[in-house]
Design a protein around this ligand. Structure first.
Ligand code: SAH
Length: 396
């Protein structure tokens, strides 16, 4: 039996998605809750005819329960330990745990690891814990302790960085800080490229781990090309391009901090290399006048749509951005274009890029269709987990 606070009874017929293991219960599906619940409490979910369906963390909002188990078992220390060790085993089988070239990867990817509401990125000994639900926030100390048990000497510190990711309706005032041990900003390796990562000051957990394989693919397309890395953040695509013998690389980001980080990272990997220059600028301004200047353009913008109601505006932004690249890239050029908005589906994104291509009137062909890497697994019952979409395009 689960050790839950209350029982959530669903309306008749609303048990179907849980029977197909979809890990969310929407508030509209709920008939009643048998006791008073607080955000973050563990609840049992039953059908209208009182059949056990699942157990999960309760939260206020349209997603009312995030399911952690479809079995009627105790959600205790052993339960969490089992989940975390499964997550670690997967990374180990991907060869990421003791890897000489790469010591940065995603250790826990929410629903993809049966741990909805939790992200953990691993930076050469430091795990950065990011709770997106109050339930996962409440158990942060316990999970940090279990991680240490499982990883031993490989884990030096666990840093909690949940202040910006917890639902704002939750009435808690999270403060970031170390849950275990202590460490300082460090240099990590990804395919032997060095990155300075600062989880305290940096965006997200400090680094965009999810572009690892796509950065590597950029390297393959870079030989003798003039490259624009738009929305560069810490500059990863730029020095993979340099590694691939690009002729010239320009990195652009609206954030001065990001450009500083890019400069430091390029210097770490290619000291005093005259091929690279970095600019603080807005993407739409910078791309107003770049006619025939580049023959490889990377567009990796932030999530234009964080919520469903921003969707149509976001699609317009993707269309305009991509149109600008297609209009101005040299003939025979390559565009790497991405969307990391969860609410923008693969099809919608492709449509937006298609509309951008049509505006430019150029002949555009799809060479590769990209997604997130294997340490960001997608739970097959939760297709929403496939959030990163990318296209590699050839422009005649
Ligand atoms: N490509 C990066 C990740 C990009 S994240 C990597 O591989 O690590 C998105 C970046 O876009 C952020 O660094 C953010 O500062 C920048 N950004 C947001 N709005 C922008 C705009 N209008 N113009 C230029 N950069 C912008």
């Amino acid at each position: 039996m689960t050790n839950t606070v209350a029982t959530v009874v669903l309306n008749k017929g609303k048990e179907q998605s849980l029977k197909r293991f979809h890990p969310w219960v929407f508030s509209g599906a709920i008939k009643k809750i048998t006791a008073e619940v607080k955000e973050g409490d563990l609840v049992r979910v039953v059908s209208n005819s009182n059949e056990f369906l699942a157990a999960g963390h309760y939260q206020i909002g349209s997603i009312a329960v995030r399911i952690v188990s479809f079995k009627d078992v105790a959600i205790d220390r052993d339960f969490w330990k089992q989940r975390l060790s499964e997550a670690i085993n997967l990374r180990s089988s991907l060869g990421l745990l003791h890897n000489e070239q790469t010591n940065v990867f995603r250790l826990v990817h929410g629903e993809g690891d049966g741990l909805p509401g939790l992200i953990i990125d691993f930076y050469n000994g430091t795990a950065v814990y990011q709770a997106h639900s109050v339930g996962m926030y409440h158990i942060r100390h316990l999970l940090a302790e279990i991680l240490k048990e499982l990883l031993g000497d490989q884990l030096v510190a666990v840093y909690d960085k949940s202040d910006k990711t917890l639902p704002f309706k939750a009435d808690i005032e999270p403060e970031n800080g170390y849950l275990l041990g202590e460490s300082s900003p460090t240099i990590v390796n990804e395919y032997n490229n060095a990155f300075r990562v600062d989880w305290v000051e940096g965006q997200k957990t400090g680094f965009f781990v999810d572009q690892r394989e796509n950065r590597r693919l950029v390297r393959e397309f870079s030989k003798n090309r003039d490259v624009l890395n738009m929305f560069c953040y810490s500059g990863g695509f730029s020095f993979y391009a340099m590694q691939g013998d690009a002729k010239m690389v320009h990195s652009v980001d609206a954030s001065a901090k990001a450009i500083e980080l890019t400069r430091q990272n390029v210097e770490l990997n290619y000291p005093k290399d005259p091929r690279h220059e970095a600019y603080v600028a807005d993407a739409f301004d910078f791309m107003r006048d770049i006619k025939d200047k580049y023959d490889l353009i990377i567009l990796d913008p932030p999530a234009f749509a964080k919520h469903r109601n921003a969707l149509s505006q976001a699609l317009q932004a993707y269309k305009r951005l991509n149109a600008r690249a297609f209009e101005q890239i040299r003939s025979g050029g390559i565009v790497f274009t991405f969307s990391c908005s969860q609410v923008v589906t693969k099809d919608k994104f492709r449509e937006a890029v298609f509309s951008g291509a049509a505006i430019s009137g150029r002949k555009v062909r799809i060479l590769h269709q990209l997604t997130q890497p294997a340490d960001h697994p997608v739970n097959i019952y939760h297709p929403e987990g496939e959030y990163l979409k990318g296209l590699v395009l050839y422009v005649d």
